[in-house]
Design a protein around this ligand. Sequence first.
Ligand code: AKB
Length: 319
Amino acid sequence: MGKEKILIIGASGQLGTELVEALRNIYGASSVVASDIRKSDNPVFETGPFETLDILDLAKWKDILQRHQPTQVYHLAALLSATAEQNPEFAWKLNMQGLFHVLDAAREEGSSIGRVYWPSSIAAFGPNTPRFETPQYGPMDPTTVYGISKYAGELYIQYYFQRYGVDTRSLRYPGLIGHKSDPGGGTTDYAVGIYHDALKGEVHDCFLKEGTILPMLYMPDAVKATLDVMHADPEKIKMRMSYNLAGMSFAPEEIADSIKEHIPDFQITYNPDYRQAIADTWPAVIDDSLAREHWGWKPAYDLAAMTKDMLENIAPRYS
Ligand code: AKB
C-alpha cells in the first residue's frame, strides 16, 4: 500500500472514538481525518484533523472528499436499534442514504477510495434465525428498522463489490462494551451502564429481564477485528457480506455476578421495557468460524477479563 489517508465518518460515536485513536497510532495523526455532525470532547480529537459532516449532506461530503482524497473510508454513522425505533423514517434515511453516498463515491471513475469499511450487527438476524451457534448463512428476518437497514446494507456492499469492484469490508458486531465513550442508543447498552452504576454505588435497574442472553464483545477485541479485516489481503476476504463475529455471550445476571466478584454489595433489579422485545429477536451465541478461518479472528477477552478491565478503567471517574 502507498501513503494511506483515512476518513472516519461517525467518528464521535462509541466505536469511532476508539478507531480514531487506533488508526492515528498506526498511520499518524495527520493521515486520519475524523468527521461527525458534532466533535467529541475526547482529547484524541485534538490530535489531528476534524471535519463537521452530516453524511446526508452530499455537497459537504463531496467537498471533504475532494480536499482530503481518502484512500480508506470507515463509515460508521447510523442510528442504533433502540434510537432508530423512536424515529424509523429518519433512521432508514440516515442508515441507507448515508451508505449510498459512500458507496457511490467509491465506485466513481478516478475515486481516491480504495477500501470501505461499514459495520453490520447481530440486529440483521431475526426471530427465525437459530439463536444458538447462529450460522453465517441462514434465515434473516430482522424486525427493527435498524436491523432491516443492516441486512439491506450487507446485500448492497456485496452488490457494489460484485458489480463495481468496490473493496468493501464488514463485520456483524455483537453488543460492544467499552469505557472510553458513552454508548448511544443500543439494546445491548445496559452492559456498559451496569459498570458505571456499580462504581457509583447505585443499584442497576436493567431494562432487559433475567435470562436474556446476548452476544457481546469487548472494545479492544472489536477494534482489533475491525483493523484485521480492513488490513487483510483482499484474497482472504472470501465473503463480501458482513462476517459473523463473536466474543462472549451472557445474560444480565451473569454480568452482575462478575461485577460482584469485585464489588460484593452490587445489586441489580429488572424492569424490562420495549428493548426486551428487540433483544428477544436476536441471537444468543454466534458461530464466527468463517472469520476465524478466512482472516484469523480470535478474541482475547472473556467476561471475567472484561469486567476486571472495565472496572479498573472506569473507577477513577467516580473516586
Ligand atoms: C444495538 O444494541 O443496537 C447495537 C447492536 C447490537 O448493533 N449495540
